[in-house]
Design a protein around this ligand. Structure first.
Ligand code: B12
Ligand code: SF4
Length: 458
């Protein structure tokens, strides 16, 4: 039996990060049934193989921004008689929608049900839905790192699942549960040792939960032996806790050189509206400076254009980057299905926009400020992104990175930001062209005329 595991193309194309689900689901498969032949496909790198791909069963992982291309791949494979199972956060949130494109849907985490799916497939009795449990994480296999042949530079290691917070824009709490489940530290060290090369990413939603700093220190101390360097996502509140300084020293000595922080909103008002003040609710700027003082570079990720945001927030983002000497990466707000934010924004959603627009570059709902039309929000998003990524700023940032991160933090800051800048410029030009096309069409056919390839004439 041959299984193909597929990650549909990501919204902005190929990334240097190997999609973690591919090599991990491969490991779960090997554990359940070593006789299965496995092939992995990261569709951003191999867009053209799906018309000719041969396998008995395909497993496709779906995030919301990848759902539409994922369904397209699934429909094509099924038309050629290949059975398809889908899973992941989008398929789990909207299982009925996903079922229309698949023979079976795995809702939730795969571990408890994947062996049964494989058995049922072999016996010719796949069930329409399988419901995975949020079980303990003390027996997870090491992903088959290196099995994905495409040239991805980074592998991800996961050390925990679940989140106690409930930021309105996020579904991690609902999907993985509100209790944090930790993996045994020895298992994490084993996985890190198995990663090829000397760099990796900690893919946890948060590497140092508030109240769990002692566990973080224990983990980081154990990871020192690997001699590898890494980056990961971390929240700000634990940084200023009494154990914060000891924890950051342990992280840096364990090889951490950059932390990605969910800054989420430029204004405190926006942060409260997202309910994200619980996780970020400290003196944010002091926390960032503390991270840098401990030799860890900081990248801030934040959202623009929420119904609580103003146009002024776009400009203020640039001030924050300037003041703190960090790189900053905006997206427009996305009300993901299953999130509290989607429930709140339901009356305002632009219902004609499919999931392919849920990639952080489109205005997806009405804004109370009439000046913040979709076009203004989208244009200002591109302009702000490009200003934050201007060559001068990217180069200046080189001198603001803590010297202890040299050379990895410096090289990666350049090699990450320059391609994003290039991609953003191309996307902005395409966006401008689509707006021009709408205007030209409207000039000929009147307002409201739709243009192929353009989302809507708003
Ligand atoms: C690491 C990470 C990344 C990495 C790597 C992503 C990649 N290459 O795949 C990076 C930083 C590149 C990234 C980028 C993005 N990410 Co991201 N990311 C994560 C993060 C923190 C962890 C993912 C991870 O390591 N998973 C480990 C694997 C093993 O777990 P898993 O995929 O969930 O799989 C389990 C189950 O879901 C299930 N399963 C999943 N697929 C399948 C398939 C089958 C067949 C089966 C049976 C089971 C199954 O089984 C697995 C084991 O239980 C998650 C948050 C989270 N906690 O999940 C966000 C998350 C997945 N990201 C998200 C988003 C939106 C993005 C971006 C689109 C953001 C943006 N606007 O740019 C980008 C896309 C990048 C691009 N180039 O287009 C959202 C998705 C929301 C949604 N509803 O779809 C999440 C949930 C974050 C959030 N808080 O909302 N991301
Ligand atoms: S965004 Fe908020 S709710 Fe989502 S994982 Fe991070 S802290 Fe938890």
């Amino acid at each position: 039996m041959k299984l193909c595991i597929i990650k549909p193309p990501l919204p902005f194309g190929w990334t240097p990060v190997a999609p973690p689900i591919l090599e991990y689901l491969a490991a779960l498969t090997r554990k359940a049934d070593p006789s299965v032949e496995i092939e992995l496909y990261s569709a951003s790198a191999t867009p053209d193989v799906f018309d000719t791909l041969e396998c008995d069963l395909a497993g496709i992982s779906l995030l919301t921004p990848t759902a539409v291309p994922g369904y397209r791949i699934a429909d094509g494979l099924r038309a050629r008689g290949i059975k398809v199972v889908v899973g992941g956060i989008h398929a789990s949130t909207l299982p009925q929608e996903a079922k229309a494109h698949a023979d079976a849907v795995v809702i939730g985490e795969a571990e408890s049900v994947w062996p049964q799916v494989l058995k049922d497939f072999r016996a010719g009795r796949l069930q329409p839905f399988y419901r995975g449990e949020q079980g303990p994480l003390d027996d997870l296999p090491t992903p088959l790192y290196g099995m994905l042949q495409q040239n991805h530079r980074f592998r991800i290691v996961n050390t925990a699942r679940g989140c106690p917070y409930q930021c309105t824009f996020c579904t991690v709490n609902r999907y993985f549960g509100s209790r944090i489940r930790m993996r045994p530290i020895d298992d994490v060290v084993r996985d890190v040792d198995a990663i090829p090369g000397s760099l990796y990413i900690n893919g946890d939603e948060n590497i140092w939960w508030l109240g769990k700093q002692d566990r973080a220190i224990e983990l980081f101390t154990a990871l020192r032996g690997s001699k590898k360097k890494w980056m990961g996502f971390g929240s700000l509140a634990p940084v200023l806790s009494p154990q914060g300084s000891r924890m950051l020293d342990a992280a840096r000595r364990a090889g951490m050189f950059t932390v990605w922080v969910g800054w989420e909103s430029i204004s405190e008002r926006g942060l409260e509206a997202y309910g994200a003040d619980r996780k970020v609710g400290v003196d944010r700027e002091r926390a960032v400076r503390t991270l840098k003082d401990h030799g860890i570079d900081v990248s801030l990720f934040f959202m623009l254009g929420s119904r609580a945001d103003s146009l002024d927030d776009y400009r203020r983002a640039v001030d924050v980057a300037e003041r703190l000497g960090v790189s900053m990466h905006p997206s427009l707000v996305v009300p993901y299905p299953g999130s509290e934010l989607r429930r709140q924004y339901e009356p305002y959603l632009y219902k004609d926009l499919g999931w392919e627009y849920y990639n952080g570059a489109y205005a997806l709902f009405e804004h109370p400020d009439p000046a913040m039309t979709p076009e203004v929000r989208e244009r200002r998003f591109y302009e702000t992104s490009l200003e934050l990524l201007s060559m001068g700023r990217v180069l200046k940032h080189m001198f603001e990175i803590p010297p202890s991160g040299f050379p990895h933090a410096h090289i990666l800051s350049l090699t990450n930001q320059l391609p994003i800048r290039k991609g953003m410029k191309v996307a902005f030009e395409q966006w401008k062209a689509s707006k021009r096309a709408v205007r030209e069409k409207q000039a000929v056919s009147g307002p409201g005329a739709a243009v192929a390839g353009s989302p809507r004439a708003r």
